[in-house]
Design a protein around this ligand. Sequence first.
Ligand SMILES: [Zn+2]
Length: 683
Amino acid sequence: MNYLKQLIKTILLVWFSGSLSIISLNAQTEPQAPCYFDEYTNNKSILKTETAIQASVERLKNNLMNNPLADSSKVIPVVVHVIHNGGSENISDEQVESQINILNEDFGKIPGSNGDGNGVDTKVRFCLARIDPNGNCTNGIVRINSLLTYHQTYERAMLTQLSFWDNTKYLNIYLVKTITGGILGYSSFPGGPPAEDGIVVRSNVFGNTGTASSSLGRTTTHEVGHWFGLYHTFNNGCGDDVCFDGDYVCDTPPQASPSFSCTTLNTCSNDVPDENDQKENYMNYTPGACKDMFTNGQKLRVQATLDTIRTFIWSDDNLVSTGCDTNYIAPEICGVAANFVTLTPDICIGNEVGFMDISLNVATSWQWFFVGGTPESSTLPNPSITYNSIGSFAVKLIVSDGTTTDSLAINDYITVSNPGVGNALPFSEYFDSGIFPPQGIIINNPDGGITWGLDSAASVSGGYSIKINNLININYGSADEIIFPYFDLTSMLEPTMTFKWAYARSDPSFSDEMLVLLSTDCGSNFTQIFYRTGNALATGPTQTTPFIPDSSQWKSAEIPLANYASDQYVQIKIVNITDGGNNLYIDNIDIGSLVTGLEDTDDPGDIALYPNPASDYVMLRFTDNTENRQVKIFDPVGKLVLSKDIGNALTIRLSLNDFPNGIYYLGIWKNNSMKMKKLVISR
Ligand SMILES: [Zn+2]
């Protein structure tokens, strides 16, 4: 079954005033067993989370029976980060507030509201924060002008870089204009990595007014349900046990698969009595118009999460510090509070830095100062500044709304360094030392979850490859990077990267991705030089069990780097973007030269090499005396072993004493053209 995928990924329905439109990303049918559940529960953090929640559910049941007064409402302070590009996705405060009202109606079963169905009051309420983490007055809305509003799920961590309020104190909700794959929203699960805690939602389904006037705001209700630890009602299909399987809630009838309409269905008969699927449940995929309830069992899970994992956020202390307690008195004027951010604080000399104003409370004028920057000041809200000298530099921003003024200065905010010269090629890594990560390689695992590791079950040669397990990875969209050291690509003739990979899909609709990215500006910007997903990534048959390739199930990547052959400081990384598919393996990485396949050029007439084969020296004789010639010699694996300016000399003698026997390539460069001859050294 597609247990993992259904766990969190999203809801996909849009209800357009009267007509039903379905945008379905994962409406795939349930494949037959085997189930991922065993693997899933091997995921320690989730298992720990699930165990803690279930234990707490039992405690709460007893507690509430004996002490109904303990059932008082808990308030969740919320911050909404509106990521926009200056268009209609920069929604109004009123629209943001309309969604907070909907959350309160739906989770509170407020009488007479849309949320007043056959369910229960879950005893949670929501409050737009009135005090930010620095003690500033706020309306709980942060506005950020960034192209990240066109959200790719693998860029989730970058939203946190833009703006993030301590997740033990605030529920972080990010609004974006679009999400890849037609997704309306997605959420983290309790107990996951703090940096990815929160919810991402498309702004035009957030609330029920403004750009979301045709929405009922149930996308966010559903995602907040996940954030509290609720599963889909159809989780694990009909399952084996209506209480301790599926969505782990006894009073939601089991459901074979998601439903996308308001039609009454009964897809499972293993419940007693045999009840219809709960199309009214917020955790179903049914349209917002037929959803109006959480069950008592779901309420207990929500409360259990607040009792075990999200324990501080609703505490009295936190409500006071976020302005969400009932005694909070707002100041007469909530003035501007200066703040700014860049996604690229560490750059190379000559690079440009994009600054973003993230000041609170609607600044109308900006005065920036950039020590060491060009220009040194700006009055734009989001200026781009170039840095042409080495060092660490301060940034200062003064903002005003016409009435109030505030400033923020951060010393050493921007660090500018020289590109330097990378390691000489060739580079090889076959992972057979058994040490991981191998020397010089960095694994970047921004979400702190499942990542690359050594694997001895499959390898091209030697004992090991490396693998990432997408099968049990539920942080969809998260990127895990294998980062190589900086290389000097001028040290190789025709630099090329090759490696082997193996992969199988787990479902035709799940699309893990493999990218190879390259930067020539110290990692500020990366260019995609290789990309595979779907069938182009697969090397073995689709399977729901863990893929282990045999020797015939490896493919070769060969990536020419000739476009970067004049760059001395190049960073390359291989990236896995998970979609909950299957294992991806990498082995036998070589970055070097394929020069051994090179033929002699057709036109040797104007340069003569002798003797050839040579032993101690070789003579070069040219037929013309053109300027600016260079000679380069590459060894049998393509490594540059000699480079020499020879001006306009007609005859040159080169000593070969330092070079072992073998087949070499001798090239003559003039400006951008090159002539290559094979040179054999034999003694
Ligand atoms: Zn969902």
